[in-house]
Design a protein around this ligand. Structure first.
Ligand code: EPU
Length: 336
């Protein structure tokens, strides 16, 4: 384990907020984490566990201990004719893992190419893009209980996955730390290209295979989403709201072109980016916080923004969406 006192968090959040923490502790294995959790320093202070900080926003300095995994292993734990089962350490950069699966011609996560963050966080957040969610390929999640330091394995079902949601964001929030994730990948991949015009875009790059799908998705993301190394951001700032069919029908009468995705017989999901653009926010700025000009769902740090400035802009957007569409936008980003 490595303990740093009064550490800067600048390189640990993709929003580029210059906050500090009293203590920053890194551990490199599940047993190392068990030792860390028994330290008096950790037991007696407020504690926060972070991945690569691509989905959080620091509003002030953190008074307490921030933990981070450096568990980097990728291990084939079993395979059969159809599948390979890979156990991936929580700190493996998500897109490095995707690149590795594509190189080995294993299908399952290619649509999730270039999503920022680390593997442990992917299983908390149930990351998703282009018609695929990570819960589609998760078999189980290995964790350590923060209170007792005991290990526990959660099956996919036990994780209670939903849209950008899991048990680790709800009833077990702050109770377990994920140390590795077991994925099941396909040796004969079936490609999922139903999202919007994805198939046509892939065909422009050549025949349909994992490499061309990965290239296409990287191109699409790079054309719409700002690179956090250049412009601080945390990807989609809000979740796409799910509304009742009745509410949707009323909106559709007024806005015939409103985009929507089927959720169930009683619900529809609306792209928040569309709602925000309709309210005139795309490309707008307040102080040092702005709405990305190519994808209105992304709030950007235009240079030196504080967490409070970002939240102020987010709240203005939420108020205007509520007023215009009667829809409450929920932040996908965690405020700390
Ligand atoms: N749209 C607009 N204006 C905008 C942005 C979007 O009108 O400025 C409308 C368009 O109709 C577009 C539709 O929204 O066709 C959907 O846009 P896009 O394909 O960019 O996807 P999204 O719904 O805005 C979601 C995820 C993204 C993911 C993409 C692709 C959420 C909160 N976001 O965005 O995830 O990459 O789909 O699957 O579900 C993330 O979570 O950080 C993230 C980037």
């Amino acid at each position: 384990m490595k303990i740093t006192q009064n550490a800067s968090l600048l390189s640990f959040n993709t929003f580029g907020i210059n906050a500090r923490t009293d203590y920053y502790i890194e551990y490199d294995s599940s047993s190392d984490l068990q030792t860390v959790l028994q330290l008096e320093l950790v037991k007696s202070n407020k504690m926060l566990h972070i991945g690569s900080g691509s989905n959080l926003l620091f509003l002030t300095d953190f008074k307490g201990v921030i933990l981070h995994s450096t568990i980097q292993s990728i291990e084939i734990v079993k395979e059969d004719d159809l599948h390979v089962y890979l156990e991936v350490g929580s700190s493996v950069v998500w897109d490095d893992f995707v690149a590795y699966t594509v190189k080995n011609s294993w299908g399952g996560v290619v649509n999730l190419s270039l999503i920022p963050g680390e593997t442990g966080a992917s299983a908390v957040q149930n990351i998703g893009a282009y018609g695929v969610e990570v819960c589609d390929v998760i078999v189980e999640v290995k964790t350590v209980d923060i209170e007792t330091s005991q290990t526990r394995i959660f099956s996919n079902i036990e994780c209670k996955y939903g849209y950008r949601d899991s048990i680790f964001k709800n009833e077990l929030k702050g109770k377990y730390i994920i140390t590795s994730v077991l994925f099941r990948l396909d040796k004969n991949p079936a490609f999922k290209l139903i999202y919007q015009h994805l198939e046509a875009e892939v065909l422009k790059n050549g025949e349909i295979n994992l490499q061309t799908i990965r290239k296409t998705i990287i191109d699409i993301r790079e054309s719409k989403l700002p690179d956090p190394k250049i412009t601080g951001n945390a990807g989609s700032f809000f979740m796409n709201p799910i509304i009742s069919k009745n509410h949707f029908k009323l909106l559709q009468e007024k806005y015939p072109l409103i985009p929507h995705y089927f959720v169930s017989d009683t619900e529809e999901k609306i792209p928040a980016g569309w709602l925000i653009e309709q309210c005139g926010w795309k490309g707008k700025r307040i102080g040092n916080a702005g709405v990305h000009e190519k994808q209105a769902l992304v709030i950007v740090n235009l240079g030196g923004a504080t967490g409070a400035e970002i939240v102020y802009l987010a709240e203005q957007i939420q108020a205007s969406i509520k007023e215009t569409f009667g829809i409450v936008l929920k932040a996908e980003v965690n405020y700390i």
